[in-house]
Design a protein around this ligand. Structure first.
Ligand SMILES: NC(=O)C1=CN([C@@H]2O[C@H](COP(=O)(O)OP(=O)(O)OC[C@H]3O[C@@H](n4cnc5c(N)ncnc54)[C@H](OP(=O)(O)O)[C@@H]3O)[C@@H](O)[C@H]2O)C=CC1
Ligand SMILES: CC[C@](O)(C(C)=O)C(=O)O
Ligand SMILES: [Mg+2]
Ligand SMILES: [Mg+2]
Length: 330
């Protein structure tokens, strides 16, 4: 049975009097740094001098320093830089400051699990991984709620690694929703699988395939956009609140019958076989190797696909339609 920790299991005192360096001020960095600060903890954000993130963090009232400087003064170093550059920044700017008894932490186990970062024995190494995009981590914290999170300890040098990790999870609101104990291996492999097969890769392709099918059959792109993208959020909100059953309770019986008849034709045996192959490539390191190699040559394939995807007609019609819904802008 998986162990779950809530507010009462975590004590912020383990971080009181300690300095926390949050490296990066992107999706997770801005959310975690601000929430830790609002939880009464001492935070410095580590960034590239003069970068857009530096100005943002300063405007949000946070102490900011260059990465090496932040690591030098910190007791706990949270690495919220893009996964693909963590190994390089670790070697040059973080490792020299990992003196005995400090803590090195992550929100994704990629670099530790795939051996891109090998910390010294004399530090704690753990992860606190919110199961949510960063902007919602912050929004939920501000609303007095929280997103679920994962905690895993890779190295416990001080004997206090889990206590410090749970205090950190409390500082960003995760213990309000529940923090689940796991391992770096399990977090890394399930996170990669989820984002590739379902949450990002699976959903994006499903949206485009549905949209293209309707448009190619002569229906208006606006109709196709509402059916295949806009309404998805409303359906997913119902699933999020009460599972598939809640969604199926709320939609019409016609929609529910269509769901049962057609869903398995779209996500069929072949798709499930492919999912198994995708998982195997994550487990045996093929995906990680390809991603690292892609970055060694400055991401030509990644950048080209990103550009093409931004030009897809569903993005063009969506941009126009969302202008009519100004409340979506933020
Ligand atoms: N996105 C998410 O919601 C989630 C992310 N994670 C994990 O969190 C980590 C961070 O991801 P995410 O928040 O998406 O990252 P982002 O890409 O959103 O942000 C990266 C930040 O790092 C800064 N940065 C980039 N290069 C450098 C550098 N060389 N030196 C110093 N700062 C640099 C960027 O600032 P600038 O470019 O302005 O210099 C930016 O502030 C990853 O491990 C990811 O897997 C885990 C759960 C969810
Ligand atoms: C689903 C994508 C994610 O894993 C996340 C927001 O949890 C990520 O890496 O950004
Ligand atoms: Mg994730
Ligand atoms: Mg991820």
């Amino acid at each position: 049975m998986v162990k779950i920790y809530y507010d009462a299991d975590a004590n912020l005192e383990y971080l009181k009097g300690k300095k926390i360096a949050v490296l990066g001020y992107g999706s997770q960095g801005h959310a975690q740094a601000q929430s830790l600060r609002d939880s009464g903890l001492d935070v410095v954000v580590g960034l590239r001098r003069g970068s857009p993130s530096w100005a943002k963090a300063e405007a949000d009232g946070l102490e900011v320093a260059a990465v090496a400087e932040a690591c030098a003064k910190a007791d706990v170093i949270q690495v919220l830089l893009p996964d693909e550059i963590q190994g390089r920044v670790y070697a040059t700017e973080i490792a020299p400051h990992l003196t005995e008894g400090k803590a090195l932490m992550f929100s994704h186990g990629f670099n530790i699990h795939f051996g891109q970062i090998v910390p010294p024995r004399h530090v704690d190494v753990f992860l606190v991984a919110p199961k949510s995009p960063g902007h919602l981590v912050r929004r939920m914290y501000v609303e007095g709620k929280g997103v679920p999170g994962l905690v895993a300890v890779h190295q416990d040098y001080t004997g206090k690694a889990k206590d410090i990790a749970l205090a950190y999870a409390k500082g960003i609101g995760c213990t309000r929703a529940g923090v689940f104990e796991t391992t770096f291996k399990e977090e890394t492999e399930t996170d990669l699988f989820g984002e590739q097969a379902v949450l990002c890769g699976g959903v994006s392709e499903l949206i485009k395939a549905g949209f293209d099918t309707l448009v190619e059959a002569g229906y208006a792109p606006e109709m196709a956009y509402f059916e295949c993208l806009h309404e998805l959020k409303l359906i997913v909100d119902l699933i999020y609140e009460g599972g598939l059953s809640r969604m199926r309770y709320s939609v019409s019986n016609t929609a529910e019958y269509g769901d049962y008849m057609v869903g398995p034709r779209i996500i069929n045996r072949q798709t499930r076989e492919e999912m198994k192959r995708v998982l195997a490539e994550i487990q045996n390191g093929t995906f990680a190797r390809n991603w690292m190699l892609e970055n060694q040559v400055n991401g030509p394939q990644f950048n080209a696909i990103r550009k093409t995807e931004q030009q897809h007609p569903v993005e063009k019609v969506g941009a126009q339609l969302r202008q009519m819904m100004p409340w979506l802008k933020k």
